[in-house]
Design a protein. Sequence first.
Length: 580
Amino acid sequence: MSTDEERDIKDNKAENLCRWAAARAGVIVVAPGIGTMALVANEIYMIMRIGKVYGLNITRSAAMGFLASLGATFAGQTLATLVPFPPMQIAVGVSVTYAVGKAAQAWIVAGMPSDLESIRDVFQQARKKAKAQWKNFTSHPDKEVPLGDETAELKLITSGEEMREKQGDTASKQDKGRERLERIAKIKEEVTRRISLLPLGNEIVGPALEYIFNDPQVKQVMDAIQNPRPLRIVFVGRTGAGKSSLINALAGKYLAEVSDAIPGQQQAEKHSIYDGDRILFEVVDTRGIADASANAAEELEQAMQGFRPDIMFLASPIDDRAYVDEDIRNIYNIRNKYFDGAIPIVVMLTKADKMSPYQEPISSERKQDNIKAARDRVAGIAQSVGLRPLDILPVSSYVDWSEDRLEMVYDGRYNIENLQQLIVENVALDAALQLAFEGRMQYAVRLVAERFVHACSAMAGTVGVNPLPFADITVLTGLQVVMVTTVAYLGGRDLDEEGVKEFISGLGLHIPVALGLRELARVLAPIFGSVISGSVAAGGTYAIGVSAIAYYIDGKPRSALSSIFNSAKEWAANNIKKER
């Protein structure tokens, strides 16, 4: 067979794939509950299979990059399939998918050039052709047969603006966390300022402030915020185990210094990993010891001197059976020798995305079965040597970075949030807060908010004992407004009067009813009325505060506030007299 004949056969196969995918797109866009991402998944599998026709292994990441490179026309047309008008949806879905396939075919045949100007012209011409004949394209006999797993979760955004928005959501979590830290750091000044606006005497305000800010837990939080420190890690794992990418994945950004500090390391040393002028991590990389030279033990001894780590990581590729048992013994021996067996350990099975079957997404059933089998095997090895890690965690830290390393072009991370949670739950507060992990942020914010609500409830009870009916309603209401706005402030919102009204409306008529009961108690029980009134005021304020925490910090919907208020008020009625 001549070269031209072979080329014609390949071109025909590619054409058939384009038409098959286009017909499949016509089915996808009108199927309920599937969505645009399934359409994109169909296009990605089409590109990968066209690559195989021409003898190339196009990765999913490369296919995604190609789609992104097609630009705004592709993005806009793809998003147009969201318009709930079936004839338009089908026409657009079919034409765009066919055009993507023909553009990918031209790109592959041309040697996958970085300049896609001519390829975009192919895309436009093919789209016009398919749009004019879209009904013919929908008649492919295999249109009901998927090209691949269209339900796979694809972390792909189909327009530049959405990509930036997605990237901003991912990369700015720590930045938002640091903003919340700054708010907590200023909370004493904020609370003092806001309460001083109320007509309360120092005999009430002074003890309340002391109650809040002299609490050992609150003081610990405040000290951790004012004196954060890097997370200290001992890394065990051989060269190529993915330690540097794990650091980047944890940080949510590319840390240039990592590439100089960890990969290919030839001796056990301490390293400081910077984010700008801040040190995020202090790392001792043991190099796996077995990779080391004859003086490895001496180097490790020197590196460990004075190093007080928070946690130990073993990084072992999930498909590497040759050394994992030795690496587990190494980390067990290092922990016992240098840290008396007390430091927490996480065993990470890295590169989980490369587990077989390689071509399937990490969420596929077959790949998950193989990942579980690998995890169970490692768990058995750990048990045999007496190692009890916090977890044996399959992870992927694969990220495609932009050329300037500032943005994620593709985020293929897997189980990294679970790794962050393990760190949050098992390391010192000052190290976790430096990283601004969400779990520790929530802990710090909630702790201060709860303490503040208790203090405001106590002040409300004191105000409520005032024997003059209705004289203190303004003060009590003002105190509750201060409490709500301060809780919202801790949650990241600055409330004005409208914001307070929005929250109050979620509670219905509970606040006026609570105030009315307090005044009624004074009339019906003149001897003990003030005490009853104080309890009602304290309980109502506590219930409002709990509701504010649920709404502004925990993110509960307004529709749930009435039930939360009632439960908190019931608890207060049963417990406030005891606590007084």
